[in-house]
Design a protein around this ligand. Structure first.
Ligand code: HEM
Ligand code: CA
Length: 169
């Protein structure tokens, strides 16, 4: 039978200081996707069509003023290409840590979004990626094979046709 041992949660660290981020009272930590992410660092919302629209709306409200409407870069760096100042942002765990704790200068913490909503924003950021899927270390091999680089010249939203539900593990 299965041993009754709770899955160990990962440690999340501030992108600049390396200090542990406190996720103990985090909002939105109780959804299946949030639980899975806190245990594994995997974002189950990646390329799930019904989960992208909300992430886009939150990105437009909280991020695009500095990073551009499709992450093309503005006062903050571009988030739609294969180069990151902090290489760990090429993993979803790293990108989450940068969002949650902030980085330098104008890049403040965005922990007010909560865990679940942050994962939807991350899924949207991964969706508007415009470069070579081979460099998309955050995608699974299967996702890489099916990924179409985003057309930043003709940006399109992904309309939800139903509830945002994660694939059953
Ligand atoms: C850096 C994401 C909101 C300004 C970054 C980086 C990420 C990121 C991933 C690191 C990029 C890299 O490694 O190349 C986000 C997300 C946001 C958000 C997802 C919304 C939740 C904002 C806002 C501002 C801002 C509102 C301006 C007030 C900056 C600046 C940097 C940066 C100036 C460079 C900081 C550094 O290099 O240490 N952001 N950001 N960001 N962001 Fe944001
Ligand atoms: Ca970049």
């Amino acid at each position: 039978s299965m041993p009754l041992i709770a899955a160990a949660e990962l440690t999340f660290n501030h992108t600049i200081t390396g200090e542990a981020l406190d996720l103990s009272d985090a909002e939105g930590a109780d959804t299946p996707a949030a639980q899975h992410f806190l245990e594994t660092g995997e974002n189950l919302y990646t390329e799930v069509p019904n989960c992208l629209a909300e992430g886009e709306q939150t990105f437009l409200a909280s991020c695009s003023g500095c990073h551009g409407h499709v992450g093309e870069g503005k006062i903050g760096p571009g988030l739609n290409d294969d180069y990151y100042t902090y290489p760990k942002n090429k993993t979803d765990k790293g990108l989450f840590e940068t969002m949650w704790g902030g980085a330098r200068s104008m890049m403040g913490p965005h922990s007010d979004l909560g865990v679940d909503e942050s994962l939807k924003v991350i899924a949207w950021i991964r969706h508007f990626y415009k470069d070579d899927p081979a460099e998309a270390t955050w995608l699974t091999e299967e996702q890489k094979a099916n990924f179409e680089p985003y057309d930043a010249e003709h940006p399109t939203s992904v309309e939800a046709t139903g509830e945002c539900k994660v694939p059953e593990g």
